[in-house]
Design a binder for this molecule. Sequence first.
Ligand code: GLY
Length: 557
Amino acid sequence: MRYTRREWLRTSAAGLAGCWQAGWGLPSRSRLGMVVAEEPLAAEVGANFLRKGGNAIDAAVAVAFTLAVTYPQAGNLGGGGFLLYRRSDGWAKVVDFREVAPRRATEELYRSVPSEAAVVGPRACAVPGTVRGLGLAQRRYGRLKWAELLQPAIELAERGFPVPFELAEELRRARHLGRFAESRRVYLKDGHYWQPGEQFHQPELARTLRRIAEQGPEEFYEGETARLIVAAMEPGGGLIGLEDLRAYQPLEREPLVGQYRGWQVVTVPPPSSGGVGLLQVLGMLEESGYERCGWGSADAIHFVAEALRRFFADRACCLADPAFYSVPLERLLAPAYLARRRSGIDWRRATPSQMLGAWPDGLERERAQTTHVSVLDQDGNAVALTYTLNGLFGSGVTVPRAGFLLNNEMDDFATRPGQPNQFGLVQGPANRVEPGKRPLSSMAPTILVRDGLARLVLGSPGGPRIVSAVLEVVLNMVDFKMEVHDAVDAPRFHHQWRPDALVLEPGFSPDTVKLLQMKGHRVARIANVGKVGAIAVQDGWMLGVADRRGYGRAAGV
Ligand code: GLY
């Protein structure tokens, strides 16, 4: 029998255990450290390492490895992402462990196969960056031992954990997993499906994690795991070879830093577009007075959506991996340029997207999936870590005998410039497939600083909707003076230029929707715009918020 989540929680012991596990009713504030993750067990693991004297990096690394076990929707070994680290003395770095296109990947190859090949199956996989990325961050900035940080993940994979309701539901809906024998066996129980509360054991994954714990991150790229990944490529014509894995390197980058109404905004640079988007939109809003229209008013939503529309038009034309494309970063963030962009916004009318660019419309086809972890330790060091398999459960390919899923990040390239990808995003030639290149991302792990202290640590999954989710939480707090829980809870909206649609979560009034339509917006509905994980500092307390849109947890120390 299938339940709704509410029925399941009310009627089953496993559901009640799930409530406990999710920390419902527990205070999510602390003076000693805070971890927010999209899955409760992982958040607890992070908080435990803070209790044991680990710093924010240690906690974030342990959470990320745990999510690879407990949150296979997006937690991963086979994906990539961005880790933003800001120390309490103000020094900050970004570890870019975005995946790269394999050496054999060419634009022509992806044009000569059905577009689905960039989304499902081995050809969709880019070279994973997570393990070396986390390894670099931990070796340079962590305090505890590498192997110690992987231990909880190993135990959870070995001993198993009760399948949360949402994971059971999402596995049931992830039809692409059924197309690969190993994924069908591990994640779908060969068609019998995991039931909520059942114990999910992953012995192959436990062995992989143990090898990485004992031999270090290199094992994944040069050892048995590397050989297993390459073997997983063969049946579907996948492109990752041993040489690709051996050559993969995470990069340390300087963060992007901007100002907004007295706050310093520290975020990530290309190859993510997320930080540029956040700073561009904030720059357009700064002198606009939009906030005087009031939160949730049609005028305020319209103005922010128009600013988002303009950022996404710029994204399509001018953002990509800076190693392959000369990103005009200074121009895109110049106050004079943003003022010009702002003055092009008509308060009364939506600007049709075709007036801002020349690519055709597309429709969103698939749910986004990525995951975010926020950590603040007792000393005020902060980590905002967003990483991903790209789509929900990535490419659907599980590496046989290694027990983990591989990403479908090739779809974040413009595999066919001008045509929409799985997020409906239309991208330009700057982001075309090239060997060794990082696909353009929208991830936006971000830290807001005031008086020299990290006051807000946040990020979100959601593909292009990440930018809107992070932006709107910032606006809710800075401009509308909301407390962090309200700021995350409040309904959100999104515009990404193409398709030319203003997407609204439930919760906006019908009057507002009508006014937006009268301004010329094509309004569409969506269940959620991102799932923000945030930590705010207020009166000496760290307040953690796991978005009501997910089933995560804020775990205080
Ligand atoms: N894979 C989603 C993103 O990087 O934006």
